[in-house]
Design a protein. Structure first.
Length: 154
């Protein structure tokens, strides 16, 4: 049923908590774990030139050390935890609109389940769901497991 599980992460504590749910299921099903970080191009476009925006959209982060480091830290956390459980893992960093990239990645890689946090870095806790999660639910037919940890944090 679940051969490939996608964990979109923005490096937030909430996303990291969702990882444990993904790993438990991956262990039980012998699934491969895909960690995906999306560099949010829209949120950066005001401070960048058109050329840099283009490069981000094509997934070229090599000259943007800070962006790359943050992305690698986020996917690396998921991959390290998954490897510690002996699971096969794939790390991926892409540029674009987070929900769009997540939905597209799920489609392109035959993902069976997406596991993500209810909230993320900007964390407006009053909203039931963060916008990336809400939009992902609207953008894909792949089942999504949303891990809500608001109670633990408050
Ligand atoms: P908002 O961004 O709407 O202000 P938020 O930051 O609290 O609110 P979301 O961004 O929707 O909430 O984050 C919810 C979950 O979506 C995260 O726990 C993570 O799993 C995933 N996510 C968010 N941003 C990204 C991203 N840039 N790349 C990959 N996954 C992401
Ligand atoms: Mn967010």
């Amino acid at each position: 049923m679940y051969e490939k599980i996608l964990v979109p992460t923005d490096g937030s504590e909430t996303a990291e908590n969702a990882v444990e749910h993904a790993l438990d299921l991956a262990e039980k099903y012998g699934a491969e774990v895909h960690a995906l970080y999306v560099v949010d191009v829209d949120s950066m476009s005001l401070s960048l030139g058109a050329e840099q925006v283009d490069r981000l959209q094509q997934g070229q982060f090599d000259e943007m050390e800070e962006v790359k480091a943050k992305a690698e830290e986020a996917t690396g956390y998921v991959a390290d935890r998954a490897r510690a459980h002996g699971l096969k893992t794939v790390e991926h960093i892409a540029g674009g609109q987070p929900h769009g990239v997540v939905a597209e990645y799920a489609e392109d890689h035959d993902i069976d389940l997406v596991v993500m946090g209810s909230h993320g870095r900007s964390g407006v806790k009053r909203a039931l769901l963060g916008s990336v999660t809400e939009r992902t639910l609207r953008s894909t037919h792949v089942p999504v497991l949303v891990v809500d940890v608001r109670d633990e944090e408050e």
